[in-house]
Design a binder for this molecule. Structure first.
Ligand code: HSE
Length: 435
């Protein structure tokens, strides 16, 4: 059989890793693909990655269209990142009858419906395992392994950079900026790290998983997104004192009122398995009706872990080249005509318990004023800590309250009233999940 010819766009962390892994495990890859699979051409801004490799005969170009328009190429691997150029490349490559492998979560989350529709019309595959949770084969697990189930809940730590930062804040009190720098040096962070810190990267990934889990179109703009920038070491340590860890969690839930899709810092009981997923590691917890709860754990970023998912897709696509396009696993698990829109909940409609860190004046009656407002909104209190003021230089002291479950609308109304009190300076609200 003719070897499968692969062209790769982008030689950054993941692109470089993909080339290295293809060279490192050539025999295993060919055996698993059932034929020879070779990267024949690569395009990037510079050639330093290929120049460092021994025995590398990959043709290099600075023009991505040299690959996209090359009639010999069967699979285009898009590892440029970003949306504009990547979208142009993928659409043109599909028009030129190339299958696509991509690690680009922003592209799939925001333009996936258009890209999949074109691929479907052309009988081509767009594989995107590396777009979600790095090396963990979560797309395959959800789309194929769990295809007999109705998925009820997904809860994931799906951004390695923010998990790395929160873990270091908990362990060593290392300042935020220093940990971020380390994550960038290790190749975990996005080119623009605000995508990690503000939760946009995790929201892209959650949007893709939510669509596969619930059979809904990709709707990135409806994913609620909150970053980790408001989390302080003080919150991390109060949470620990109360038996919780703070994780940057992506949650998708099917509820009676609609689907909840949100990314935000979350307190999780510290003895739960997912609360102990630290450093750059990712984990996705899935609650499904037949299987029950299962968890998928592994490296969520980095050169070879992400390349592992890219190369697995290259092998998968190589195998599907000779199969009937109509019988391939659909991109989003369901045939396109079975994908149905459903109500995505506003955050004011969700129900959660909350951790509140309210900065208050250390005066008699303050706690009573705050608890009276909570009681008025029928919000029950689970625990309260008021820190000893000895070590605090500010006139305001943190009052920590854990609440029972309440609709977010009422929590926000109570917090508006609480901030109006002249004894309150500011507050931080973090949602909690028992999982
Ligand atoms: N910046 C991402 C992360 C890379 O930190 O998880 C993998 O998508």
């Amino acid at each position: 059989m003719k070897p499968v010819q692969v062209g790769i766009l982008g030689l950054g962390t993941v692109g470089g890793g993909t080339v290295k892994l293809m060279l490192q495990n050539t025999q295993e890859i060919n055996n698993r693909a059932g034929r020879k699979v070779e990267i024949v051409q690569a395009a990037a801004l510079d050639n330093s990655v290929l120049q460092k490799l021994d025995n590398c005969d990959i043709k290099f170009s600075t023009d991505v269209f040299d690959i996209i328009n090359n009639p010999q190429i069967d699979i285009v691997v898009e590892l440029i990142g970003g949306v504009d150029l990547a979208k142009k490349c993928v659409l043109k490559a599909l028009q030129n009858n190339k299958h696509i492998v991509t690690a680009n979560k922003a592209l799939i989350a925001t333009c996936g419906d258009e890209i999949f529709a074109l691929a479907q019309r052309k009988g081509l595959t767009v594989a995107f395992e590396a777009a979600v949770a790095g090396g963990i084969p979560i797309i395959k697990a959800m789309r194929e392994g769990l295809s007999a189930n109705k998925i009820k809940t997904i809860a994931g730590i799906i951004n390695g950079t923010t998990n790395f930062i929160l873990s270091k804040m908990a362990d060593k009190n290392t300042p935020f900026a220093e940990v971020l720098k380390e994550a960038q040096q290790k190749g975990y962070a996005e080119a623009d790290p605000t995508f990690d810190i503000e939760g946009i990267d995790a929201a892209h990934k959650l949007c893709i998983m939510g669509s596969i889990a619930f059979g809904i179109p990709l709707q990135f703009d409806k994913v609620y997104t909150e970053g980790i920038d408001r989390i302080t070491s003080q919150d991390v340590h109060f949470a620990l004192q109360l038996g919780y860890k703070i994780k940057h969690l992506a949650i998708a839930k099917r509820t009676k009122k609609g689907v909840q899709m949100a990314v935000h810092p979350t307190l999780i009981p510290k003895d739960k398995l997912i609360a102990n997923v630290d450093d750059v590691m990712n984990a996705v917890l899935i609650d499904a009706d037949a299987l029950g709860t299962s968890m998928y754990y592994g490296a969520g970023a980095g050169e070879l872990p992400t390349a592992s998912a890219v190369v697995a897709d290259i092998i998968d696509v190589s195998r599907t080249l000779t199969t009937d396009p109509k019988n391939r696993v659909p991109h989003l698990a369901l045939e396109p005509d079975k994908i149905q829109n459903t109500n995505i909940l506003n955050m004011s409609d969700i129900t959660s318990s909350y951790y509140l860190n309210i900065k208050v004046l250390d005066k008699p009656g303050v706690v009573a004023k705050i608890t009276a407002i909570l009681a008025e909104k029928e919000i029950s209190i689970e625990a309260v800590i008021q820190q000893d003021t000895k070590n605090i230089s500010s006139e305001y002291v943190p009052l920590i309250i854990l609440t029972r479950k309440v609709q977010e609308k009422y929590m926000n109304e109570a917090l508006l009233k609480i901030t109006d009190l002249d004894v309150v300076f500011e507050y931080n609200k973090i949602r909690m999940e028992q999982l």
